[in-house]
Design a protein around this ligand. Structure first.
Ligand code: DX5
Ligand code: ZN
Length: 219
């Protein structure tokens, strides 16, 4: 299935130079990125803090790329509207943080933004399979969330395969994203395992030539 779905590259601005976020967003756009991945952390769900809706709004003004907001926060529903109004095109929340996953999905649908569900490396994949037909994107974390620059967890490959297998019947056009430790070597393996959206921070923003780095990820 991954071979017929478009491969999309999503640079994660967590690894960009925060002193010039607008220029970094533009750099990703000009390099041929398909969407921009924005990591939101609350210091509770993950042991780190990042950005909120005001920063998303500022990035919105700097690029026309679709903005994919990855909420690594407790009580995600509380912030759906703020991020949507700030200009998010799609919002991803974590199955571990949601009180009622179906309700969260409905809330995002009502706001008219793309709906994504994510799971941490230690969460059984079975916890998300029942929702594959209801979301646009399933984001498999391939590191423990919280920080960029970590090493890809190889067991994630089997998890992606399982999700893609299950999606064949439930949602054949489901975007399956992978986030954490993606570089030109791990990209090959994840694309072969059924993912079609590659989130990459360090590998892209630390490259001298991002267009070439994106080309290497596409393979
Ligand atoms: C980690 C974030 C990722 C992070 C990936 O918790 O969700 O999006 O930016 O960074 P790299 O690509 O450096 O592993
Ligand atoms: Zn992320």
């Amino acid at each position: 299935m991954a071979e017929v779905l478009k491969v999309k590259i999503a640079p994660s601005v967590l690894a960009s130079d925060f002193s010039k976020l607008g220029a970094e967003a533009k750099r990703a756009e000009e390099a041929g990125a398909d969407l921009l991945h924005l990591d939101v952390m609350d210091g509770h769900f993950v042991p780190n803090l990042t950005i909120g809706p005001d920063v998303v709004r500022a990035i919105r003004r700097s690029t026309s790329l679709p903005l994919n907001v990855h909420l690594m926060i407790e009580n995600p529903d509380k912030f759906f509207r703020s991020f949507s109004e700030a200009g998010a095109d799609s919002i991803v929340f974590h199955v571990e943080a949601a009180e009622d996953v179906s309700r969260s999905i409905r809330s995002l649908r009502e706001l008219g933004v793309g709906c994504g569900l994510s799971l941490n490396p230690d969460t059984p994949v079975e916890e998300v399979l029942g929702y594959l037909g209801d979301v646009d994107l399933l984001l498999v974390m391939s590191v423990h969330p919280g920080f960029g620059g970590q090493k890809f967890i190889p067991e994630s490959l089997q998890r992606m395969k399982l999700v893609r297998e299950e999606a064949r019947t439930r949602n054949p056009t489901l975007d399956i994203a992978v986030d954490g430790g993606i570089n030109e070597n791990t990209a090959k393996m994840v694309l072969a395992s059924g993912a079609n959206v590659l989130v990459a921070g360090t590998a892209l923003f630390s490259s001298e030539n991002m267009a070439e780095a994106i080309g290497r990820l596409r393979g």
